[in-house]
Design a protein around this ligand. Structure first.
Ligand SMILES: Nc1ncnc2c1ncn2[C@@H]1O[C@H](COP(=O)(O)OP(=O)(O)OP(=O)(O)O)[C@@H](O)[C@H]1O
Ligand SMILES: O=C(O)[C@H](O)[C@@H](O)[C@H](O)[C@H](O)CO
Length: 170
């Protein structure tokens, strides 16, 4: 039997992860996990204060997400996860989830476009001032990693079509 898929929508803050992940979850009929909701309060406070997270902040959080993927896989359930997963080492950690095929959709685009979207967004803890540090940490999805890179300048519907076609899902 094929292992259930965990489809991780990744990218810097404001790249459209939550928007695309919820659309993909809806289209596929899969559960959605929003990794931002799993950050400890101290990490959210840090980001809200304009301080970038470090590896030490992120590793226990990524381990939690890996375990969540593993639990669902053990129940035979696929899922969609919205998670920044900026560095390859973070994705390696997520790929350690037991029993799942972990695949990625990297939302890629210009700093300028993302910054303009973040400035329009209200009521979110993440300040646009952290975008430079997000790009510094970003290691784009490699050609050898299981997944697809999607330009983030299309409509969410078109981006979902592109991702699902490229991944041959459902
Ligand atoms: N394809 C799109 N076209 C235009 N605007 C978009 C698109 N996708 C997302 N947006 C808008 O851009 C902003 C950022 O999107 P979203 O919150 O989904 O990003 P995110 O990567 O989940 O952000 P964060 O990680 O900071 O929570 C939102 O205001 C959203 O409505
Ligand atoms: O790894 C990180 O630095 C974080 O996950 C961020 O990317 C934000 O939580 C998210 O994007 C909200 O803006």
């Amino acid at each position: 039997m094929k292992p259930p898929t965990a489809l991780v929508v990744m990218g810097v803050s404001g790249s459209g992860k939550s928007t695309l992940a919820s659309l993909l979850a809806q289209r596929l009929g899969w559960e959605l996990v929003e990794a931002d909701e799993l950050h400890p309060r101290a990490s959210v406070a840090k980001m809200a204060a304009g301080i970038p997270l470090t590896d030490a902040d992120r590793l226990p959080w990524l381990a939690l997400i890996r375990d969540r993927i593993g639990e669902r896989a053990a129940a035979g359930l696929p899922l969609v996860v919205a998670c920044s997963a900026l560095k390859r080492s973070y994705r390696d950690l997520l790929r350690q989830a037991t029993g799942a095929r972990v695949r990625f959709v990297h939302l890629a685009g210009s700093r300028e476009l993302i910054d303009s979207r973040m400035r329009l967004r209200t009521g979110h803890f993440m300040p646009p001032s952290l975008l430079d540090s997000q790009f510094r940490d970003l290691e784009p999805l490699g050609a050898d990693e299981d997944g697809v890179t999607v330009p983030l300048d299309g409509s969410p519907e078109r981006m979902a079509d592109t991702a699902l076609d490229a991944l041959a899902l459902p």
